[in-house]
Design a binder for this molecule. Structure first.
Ligand code: CA
Length: 220
């Protein structure tokens, strides 16, 4: 799961970034509204945590423009204690949930989990392909009827390759999905995850498209 955190308060941002990374999320952190909107439009995230008081375009404007462009990305807004109007405006502009500062990090984590569960269940049904059954709602995976344990990154990778099968996924796209910009990843780390997936399912499940990326064939 890749999250975008947009918070200009460095101490708070660091705290949230650390807490969410420890939960196993890939977290990218930006500190102004302008770059946030740009990233939200050009990259893939599963959820955004958006502070409303931001330099170079406030959070409300970021949210409005994001929704205007047709995105239904789950967005949790962070607002100041006395700013009831902000909260209402945020929800009206399409925020899925809000937290009032100061908040408990445990509560933030719980709200994020709930939003991700909701969005996973939203219009996503069971994916079945080549003996694999993947449930986006529960994140459970089975192969030929037997449950298979996957790491969060393996799950993410498999989900992406199966949504839908038959598309070549470039290395860059997959690396960005798994690691975002901040996390340092070894250059062969994607190959390692792919290797593990082949071992857990079948060696010919994922085809290497030389010089480009990976592919799960549409029909096997
Ligand atoms: Ca702020």
């Amino acid at each position: 799961m890749r999250l975008l955190l947009i918070e200009d308060d460095v101490a708070l941002g660091e705290g949230i970034h650390q807490a969410l990374s420890r939960e196993g999320y890939t977290v990218d952190w930006l500190q102004d509204g302008n770059s946030a909107l740009h990233s939200l439009r050009s990259e893939i995230f599963d959820l955004a945590v958006l502070d409303l008081g931001l330099p170079r375009m406030d959070g409300l404007e970021v949210l409005r423009r994001l929704r205007d462009s047709g995105s239904n990305l789950p967005v949790l807004i962070l607002t100041a204690r006395d700013a009831t109007e902000d909260r209402i405006a945020g929800l009206d502009a399409g925020a899925d949930d809000y937290l009032i500062k100061p908040f408990d990090l445990a509560e933030l984590k719980a709200r994020i989990r709930a939003l991700l569960r909701r969005s996973a269940g939203r219009g996503q049904s069971l994916i079945e392909h080549a003996g694999i059954s993947l449930n986006p709602g529960t994140q459970q995976v089975s192969y030929k009827g037997e449950p298979v344990a996957l790491t969060p990154k393996e799950y993410q990778l498999l989900h992406e390759l199966l949504s839908p099968p038959g598309r070549v996924m470039t290395r860059d796209h997959l690396m960005q999905l798994l690691y975002g910009w901040n996390e340092e990843a070894e250059s062969n780390t994607l190959e390692v995850h792919i290797h593990h997936l082949r071992k857990k399912f079948s060696t010919d499940l994922i085809r290497t498209v030389r010089g480009i990326g990976y592919l799960v064939e549409e029909r096997r």
